[in-house]
Design a protein around this ligand. Structure first.
Ligand code: F6R
Length: 610
């Protein structure tokens, strides 16, 4: 996730910016840079680590104002030209967030004569600011120009800006990306999170959405969107550094579970065209003709990404009418797949580095297949070996157990299925609109689940001493049952199996006793009644049933022992919500057992060996 920092004060800015950027390293990044302002702007940036940035800095830079950035690539590869700060003569800017309408703005600015040096969405903000300040009827000051500029931006941003005409001044603004100001004895700090400046001060002011402000030596002003000066409250941060990195959460996994409303929003930002009933998939290098004539798609993945792919198969078949196979990468690479050229493979891998997935993709490409990669890491190996790359914009995931990358993968699969369904004429505009509306509701629905997570915690604690668990579901909920079981086993070390609910009677029923909790995903949909029958089957063996069900379902509690609720939702999108419930169930079970949640034994975040 990108991180921004800024400083205005009595100390030399460069060492403070570097130290602050180091404190943001835990968020993950691929490049970094700073700008300092004395009489003019001096910018230094590079791909790689902060240590690499330090190597290109002059020994002593005399400047008391500056901004800095760690970049996690979203638009444009990790290259020095794409690293922040971005400049537009006399202006330097760092940004965290995504500007959704950057292409329209870019076209307009190119017509005005601006030359773009990077592939980023951020550079448009710098040029737009320059345009406002210097090319309008009258020259604007930086604060006014920032206010006017952000009124044209769609998307999310936290920005910090310097202008060579206003030495000693740093202007900031935010919408849907975090920004906090530190008040020190020697000066003021700005950052994406408090860890950046915790070493210097614990006194903070939280900037809220749509606020704009300016820091000058000895003063700070923050304004509401109408330009009224605000009297903002100052808070004292009590966290130590480690707690602050986790934003106060006990584990990265819990933090990442809580980030899902935002990570999902980022993943679909700018892509869902509700009015038209279409999805914008500019990254997909497949012509409408190729999509129309697609005979088969093969999804290739491992682990959690495989579970996402298993749901993708149902979506592609239902919404786009494309016959879809789901393959385990480690098997596929040694099998004898029957593939002919011009077929489509879709590799799902959050890291983009999983050795088995890469090998399977290489093998499929040797048959002439075109590959689409769905990944979270810009510039990862899979992106260099695929014809099209679609990014999940979940931000770096530090907990080994995948959570927010899984739900972001699901969102991409919904969008891809809708896009293909529309192009192939399988899905009507009305059906697509209804799905789009329901996808847009997901972040708010997840937030509701998070707000009521205590009931999931109680349930987890009640059954944390069990040796075995079963997870069952039908249709779209079957892959979610597999994922629920995988999450539980990998972080709590409880043996768990995910099963298609209809398969229980073909063997596993023999294992059920009153000591075996069975998690039944029984959300509303066309398999609901069948799920109730399976639940009764399980209850007849005296097993405990924990149901995941909709809030408005009053029937289910008659048959089960515990009900974990999700908000009322569309059958097609409810699996995303159920998966969040199961992530929390696994998390609180592991917590109750005192397991090493962020780094489970024997597991690695990125499996780069066979
Ligand atoms: C489980 C988990 C793993 C990964 C698998 C594939 O929580 O994270 O099962 O899903 O190792 O990794 P990627 O998606 O990076 O290819």
């Amino acid at each position: 996730m990108c991180g921004i920092v800024g400083y205005v004060g009595k100390e030399l800015a460069a060492p403070i910016l570097i130290e602050s950027l180091k404190r943001l390293e835990y968020r993950g990044y691929d490049s970094a840079g700073i700008t300092v302002l004395n009489e003019s702007l001096e910018t230094y940036k590079t791909v790689g680590k902060i240590a690499d940035l330090e190597l290109i800095l002059p020994e002593r830079i005399i400047a008391y104002t500056g901004i800095g950035h760690t970049r996690w690539a979203t638009h444009g590869k990790p290259e020095t030209k794409n690293a922040h700060p971005h400049m537009s003569s006399g202006i330097s800017l760092v940004h965290n967030g995504i500007i959704e309408n950057y292409l329209q703005l870019k076209e307009r600015l190119i017509e005005c004569g601006y030359v773009f040096e990077s592939d980023t969405d951020t550079e448009v903000i710098a040029h737009l600011l320059n345009n406002k300040m210097y090319k309008g009827a009258k020259k604007l000051d930086l604060l006014t120009a920032v206010r006017e500029t952000i009124s044209e931006l769609e998307g999310s941003y936290a920005i910090a800006v310097l202008c060579s005409d206003e030495p000693g001044c740093l202007v900031f603004a935010r919408k849907d990306s975090p920004l906090v100001i530190g008040i020190g004895d020697d000066g003021y700090y700005a950052a994406s999170d408090v860890t950046a400046f915790l070493k210097y001060t614990r006194k903070v002011i939280y900037v809220d959405d749509h606020e704009v402000g300016a820091i000058r030596p000895g003063s700070i002003e923050i304004f509401d969107p109408r330009g009224n000066l605000l009297a903002k409250e100052m808070h004292t941060v009590e966290w130590d550094l480690e707690a602050a990195e986790k934003a106060g959460y006990e584990h990265f996994m819990l933090k990442e579970i809580h980030e899902q409303p935002a990570s999902i929003q980022n993943t679909f930002a700018g892509k869902l065209l509700e009015l038209e009933g279409t999805v914008k998939m500019d990254e997909l290098y497949l012509s409408p003709e190729q999509i129309k004539h697609l005979r088969r798609a093969t999804i290739i993945a491992c682990g959690t990404s495989w579970n996402a792919g298993a749901l993708g198969k149902y979506l592609f078949e239902k919404l786009a009418g494309v016959h879809t196979d789901i393959e385990t990468a480690s098997e596929f690479r040694y099998a004898s797949p029957v593939l002919c050229g011009e077929e489509l493979t879709i590799a799902i891998t959050q890291s983009g580095e999983t050795a088995d997935t890469l090998a399977a993709v290489r093998s499929s490409r040797s048959y002439g297949c075109r590959n689409i990669a769905i990944t979270n890491v810009v510039g990862s190996t899979i992106t260099r070996e695929s014809d099209s790359v679609i990014y999940t914009r979940a931000g770096p995931e530090i907990g080994v157990a995948a959570t927010k990358t899984f739900t972001a993968q699901l969102i991409i699969l919904y969008m891809l299925a809708i896009h293909m369904g529309r192009v192939r004429g399988v899905l009507s505009a009305g059906e697509a609109k209804s799905l789009i509306v329901n996808i847009k509701r997901i972040p708010g629905q997840i937030q509701k689940i998070l707000n009521r997570k205590e009931s999931i915690r109680e349930c987890a604690e009640q059954f944390a001493d069990k040796r075995d668990y079963f997870f069952i579901g039908r249709y779209l909920n079957f892959p979610i049952a597999l994922e629920g079981a995988l999450k539980l086993k990998e972080i709590s070390y409880i043996h768990a199996e995910g099963y298609a609910a209809g398969e229980l009677k073909h063997g596993p029923l023999a294992l059920l006793t009153e000591d075996t909790p069975v998690v039944a995903i029984a959300t509303r949909g066309h398999t609901y009644d069948k799920m109730l029958s399976n639940i009764k089957e399980v209850k007849a063996r005296n097993a405990t049933v924990i149901a995941v069900a909709n809030e408005d379902d009053t029937e289910i509690e008659k048959y089960v022992d515990v009900v974990l609720r999700i908000p009322p939702s569309h059958e097609m999108t409810s699996p995303v919500l159920s998966s969040v419930v199961l992530q929390l169930l696994a998390y609180y079970t592991a917590l109750a057992k005192g397991c090493s949640i962020d780094k489970p034994r024997n597991l690695a975040k990125s499996v780069t060996v066979e």
